[in-house]
Design a protein around this ligand. Sequence first.
Ligand code: URA
Length: 284
Amino acid sequence: MPESLQQKLEERLRYYKDLGIRLFYRNRRVGIVLRTGEAKEPSAEQATHRPQEIVLPRPRVEASAIAANARLQRIEPVIASSGLSLFETVEKVQDDTLLKIRDDIGECTRCKLHKGRHKIVFGDGSAKAQLLFVGEGPGADEDAQGLPFVGRAGKLLTQMIEAMGLQRKDVYICNVVKCRPPENRAPEPDEVATCSPYLLRQIDVIQPKVIVCLGAVAAKTLLQTNRGITQFRGEWLEWRGRKLMATYHPAYLLRNPNAKGEVWKDLQKVMAELGLQLPKKKPS
Ligand code: URA
């Protein structure tokens, strides 16, 4: 491998190491697999038919993380050509806190989203919340204020939270990516891959009883699936030992108010799970 490429690779790997990521795969078409472990020469067969393998000197994938994913109900992760998903490569940070995670993010320039952002939108709410909402990424209002879900969709989310008998300060709200994608486009796979380890750490710190994924991006990211959200919306899923439910994004509800009833049904299931009193009538 040319020295300049080796250097770039090392830099990139140091960055992933800072995030606690120890295992990397790229698909076969790209042709490189990186993993930690002991160096060994590829066989002639591997050299011709398998991706090039670069072995790094830090073994360890958390077996518990792999086991947790194997227990996932109903949703089979499809990022499986390598057998492992990104989250299975994120190591737990000892004594992690939200403050530490925010510090680690710093004035992030790790992906191209930093170029257009004004404020990083880290997350908001109680660090001890039993209920965590995960959205897609900040919009213009969130980017201006540095807080998640404060625009029109956010106002609807706030109403939904209040209809559950809670306040925003009782729950935690964050997003898959922490910087606003230009023109409010969906975050791209490299952006999700760069940012989502921080989301994982946030979830591990907060340890919510229930995670609600707002929309397909959050659901697909956490569940590592390409299945459409309609196939599993409103169903209880197990995710790393926690209960997860995917429902429609509030922005979708602004465009499709008829779907509000479905979301309300989903949130009632969440309320039941959290032991919250169910209201007698549906909010408008
Ligand atoms: N949409 C999201 O997904 N997240 C926000 O924070 C705001 C709008």
